[in-house]
Design a protein around this ligand. Structure first.
Ligand code: FAD
Length: 600
């Protein structure tokens, strides 16, 4: 086929973060010949950056914890927009997935009597995050990778997939990519493809996300005709570094607050007490008392207001800064120094200690950190069926941050790592089942492959002064300023216009040099994905005329009943992005009862 390299597998998994690795392990263990393709090196996926922990109702610290409470916390955190079935599966299966990681070699921190230690995180009723200091993602990837390699999964590293291939009936039957080092193209024939390509944060100026997070999987799905869901739901993590500029956006883990850190404004006031909202407080808080802790109606159950869900903390910080009570560099102060001994801080939060020492020359054992909101996580993504992770296109599955639905309009911390292994496993299982029922080798369309390679290399033929770096910067400015933490219709409409102009400019980007490791060319291709997902986010944000979770509309504050039961679906129709409101799946009565007053 042309002069591209070709490989054939039963299942091709695109992405080697937690979701992709877990999907590939499952598919391989089902007996499917499985490939794992990733655009960075194996072991370097964004998941390694995860710090605070993996949420699962193991009940090793709080015996009262169970899947129903975890389910309810997740739905409440997502402001009830979550796909209830995904949230249920997640809560039910995450303990087994954590224990499985332990079996595969992940060494979680322990309680004094040897059980898995669980840490407090925002929105979780009980301390629920299994963790390895503040390096949980690294340990998780290490264990999964060891398992994947030991069972004989073929790994294709530093290979970026640019388009999916489809048979005459529209089913996905392969993918085309290129080796980042040589620029040579490669095709994969597959009976099923799993997208596990992670998030899209690189479209925003301040983000915790790594360079890989350019929304590729969501764009690949969209271009293949699949639906995206609730793309307006972007989580701005409340605590990113705000200083120095070179480190701006880097995550300051919620573990700092989970381990006792408190937020203060310029005047030294612990301002979060002023932002406890009825939605969250109704369930847990009977009274808010003066002083250190927020006491709740549960005996012995206390939570500081810094552990409200992330959207609420992010908005509170935003309000303090807007009101002129911010820190010198435009954030607020996060103080753990006055709450823990230096030894405890260094032991509990070693990465944070080093991050601030090395990047900002600040010793967090003596000095408060300056922090502010940063684009962190995409709750929206590829629309999947809850039990199988099948997308709306045959042969295509999705899991992890690339997929949407599980977290509704706001994700609780720790619920992503558990999402990756719960739904990664299910996607691998369903993809393998489909593949093993399909015989023969996939016939790939030479025309499709030729079109993809011609389009991808067309940037070398462009003339003029437009360059991918400038367009990327303009995109990030646009998304940060107009589709950021607080949104308003006029700005969203302006963003839509600017995105159309940027797409025009992006198509004219001229790339110099040749195919061999050419970052300008790589960025031009990444821009295609970032523009696609930015358009979907903007359209959905215009359409959801209310504030819910990570999506805050200044012109439509608060929830609105007409949007309570709808998902925003974006898709491509005749080359145009369109958005439609579709009813969200209704929760069965036996689960709805868990939300009634007095339910435990
Ligand atoms: P990723 O880990 O992002 O992996 C994506 C993979 O896809 C990579 O291998 C990449 O190379 C590949 N890829 C992408 N595009 C292509 C392409 N076109 N072709 C080929 N390969 C491609 N969540 C928690 O639950 N707990 C935490 O404590 C926590 N801490 C976090 C800390 C930080 C700093 C950040 C940024 C996030 C944190 N999160 C946490 C969120 C969580 O880490 C991510 O949501 C999760 O790791 C995403 O995993 P994933 O498997 O979906 O994708």
């Amino acid at each position: 086929m042309n002069d591209t390299e070709r490989y054939d597998f039963d299942v091709v998994v695109i992405g080697a973060g937690g979701a992709g690795l877990r999907a590939a392990i499952e598919a391989r263990e089902m007996g499917a010949r499985t490939a794992l393709v990733c655009k960075s090196l194996l072991g370097k996926a964004h998941t390694v950056m995860a710090e605070g922990g993996i949420a699962a109702a193991l009940a090793s610290v709080w015996p009262e914890d169970n899947w129903e409470v975890h389910f309810r916390d997740t739905m409440r955190g997502g402001k009830m927009l979550n796909n209830w079935r995904m949230a249920q599966i997640h809560a039910l299966e995450s303990p087994d997935r954590v224990l499985e990681l332990e079996e595969w070699g992940a060494l979680f921190d322990r309680t004094p009597d040897g059980r898995i230690l669980q840490r407090d995180f925002g929105g979780h009723r009980y301390a629920r995050l299994a963790h390895v200091g503040d390096r949980t993602g690294l340990e998780m990837i290490r264990a999964l990778q060891h398992r994947a390699v030991s069972i004989g999964i073929d790994v294709f590293m530093e290979c970026k997939i640019v388009r999916l291939l489809q048979d005459g009936a529209g089913a996905v039957n392969g993918a085309v990519g290129f080796w980042r080092e040589s620029g040579r193209f490669v095709t994969f024939g597959a009976k099923a493809v799993v997208l596990a390509t992670g998030g899209l944060g690189k479209a925003w100026k301040f983000t915790t996300n790594s360079w890989e997070c350019t929304g590729d999987g969501m764009a690949l799905a969209l271009w293949a005709g699949a639906d995206l869901i609730d793309m307006e739901a972007i989580q701005f993590h409340p605590t990113g570094m705000v200083w120095p500029p070179s480190a701006r956006g880097l995550l300051v883990t919620e573990g700092v607050r989970g381990d006792g850190g408190v937020l203060k404004n310029r005047d030294g006031e612990r301002f979060m007490f002023n932002y406890i909202t009825p939605f969250f407080a109704a369930e847990t808080a009977e009274s808010i008392e003066e002083g250190d802790q927020w006491y709740t109606n549960k005996k012995d159950f206390r939570r500081p207001p810094e552990l409200l869900p992330r959207d609420e903390v992010a908005r509170a910080i935003n309000s303090e800064v807007k009101a002129g009570r911010g820190s010198p560099h435009g954030g607020v102060f996060l103080d753990i120094a006055s709450r823990r001994t230096p030894e405890e801080i260094r032991r509990l939060l070693p990465s944070m200690y080093h991050q601030f020492k090395e990047l900002a020359d600040i010793d967090i054992t003596t000095t408060p950190m300056e922090v502010g909101p940063t684009c962190h996580y995409a709750m929206g993504g590829i629309r999947v069926e809850a039990d199988t992770e099948a997308t709306t296109v045959a042969g295509l599955y999705a899991a992890g941050e690339a997929a949407g639905g599980m977290h509704g309009s706001n994700r609780l911390g720790g619920n992503s790592l558990s999402d990756l292994v719960v739904f990664g496993r299910r996607a691998g299982l369903a993809a393998a089942e489909r593949a093993l029922q399909t015989s023969g080798v996939q016939e790939l369309s030479e025309t499709q492959v030729a079109d993809v390679t011609r389009h991808a290399t067309s940037y070398f033929d462009n003339e003029g002064t437009e360059d991918a770096y400038a367009v990327h910067r303009a995109l990030q400015e646009t998304m940060q300023a107009l589709v950021g933490i607080i949104r308003v219709e006029s700005e969203l409409l302006e963003a839509k216009e600017r995105l159309a102009e940027l797409a025009e400019r992006a198509s004219k980007c001229a790339v110099e040099g040749n195919l061999q490791f050419n970052p300008g060319w790589h960025l031009a291709l990444d821009l295609e994905s970032m523009l696609a997902v930015s358009n979907c986010t903007t359209l959905s944000a215009i359409e959801r005329r209310e504030s819910r979770g990570g999506h805050t509309r200044d012109d439509y504050p608060g929830f609105r009943p007409e949007f309570e039961n709808v998902n925003m679906i974006t898709r491509l129709v005749d080359g145009e992005y369109v958005v439609a409101q579709e009813p969200k799946p209704q929760m069965p009565d036996e689960l709805a009862k868990l939300f009634e007053e007095g339910a435990h």
